[in-house]
Design a protein around this ligand. Sequence first.
Ligand SMILES: [Zn+2]
Length: 302
Amino acid sequence: MFQMAEPSSYLFPIADHEHLVSAWIRLNLRSGMGYFSFDQVLKKWNLPKRHIQAQRPDEMLLKSVASQIRCIDERRLAYTHTAVALWELSVEMDQRLELTNCLAPARLEHTTLAFNTGWQLCPRCAENDKEQLGYSFWHRNHQLPSVAHCYIHGTELLSCDSLRHMSSLILPASWHPADLSSMPLSSELQKWSRFVLKVDRILLESLEVVSEWRSEIWLLLGLPKKIRLKDRSLFDDLSTQFEAKTGYAVLSHLFKAYRDDRDKRPNILWTTLYDRAKTVRHPVYWLVILFWLRFELNIDVD
Ligand SMILES: [Zn+2]
């Protein structure tokens, strides 16, 4: 459904697989903004002072960049050059038009999510891109929520504290790999990274699959159409099966509560499936349920 954009169709060319923010950084560098403070750069584009995040939809930035590069199809730009497709897993049909308004605050992610939510890079990609294109760029697929491996090389993605938010006009090749590190990752997480990339690819083909997956989840788990508070006990049994089959490696990569024995563990299934209307859950809640049921749903990567 969404083909990669032809670079020539925009006023400023975006590389295949390049994140939108990366193209925006290059545009600014090319316009001589490299010596300005980040706040001044934002001001120039009428953007409020903000931290630019890798994995969350940012409608204001999207609109601003779309107009800078004279792109008339914002939707296509968003799907091919940001991580927004995976957020579709979390969104109810009637929320689609106002996604950024109903997201849970980012600060909540830091208290519950364990994986790196900052900007990630693969040093081999940075080197190859620079060699082939003359510049390195932030890859969209390296910024998909909870993905920890390069989609090209299969190697661990690197990051550091100062990349938690983008707050300077900097491209991946400017970082020395010695100043970066990866999260401690078990080999089982390779499969998780491949799974998230596969779900993302399926979503880019067709978003209709979201409602199909939801119906199948309800059917497979034998859930009532409208889940009520009194159904809570149903979820205790299901949760035991979910944890056993999903595995500690994946759960502790995603959720802090599984890393620390002192924490009371959330019932991920209940949290995700009950009362979905109030806030948009981070997509990893839906991804991990799909991962648990991947054989039944035919989205396996083994
Ligand atoms: Zn790579």
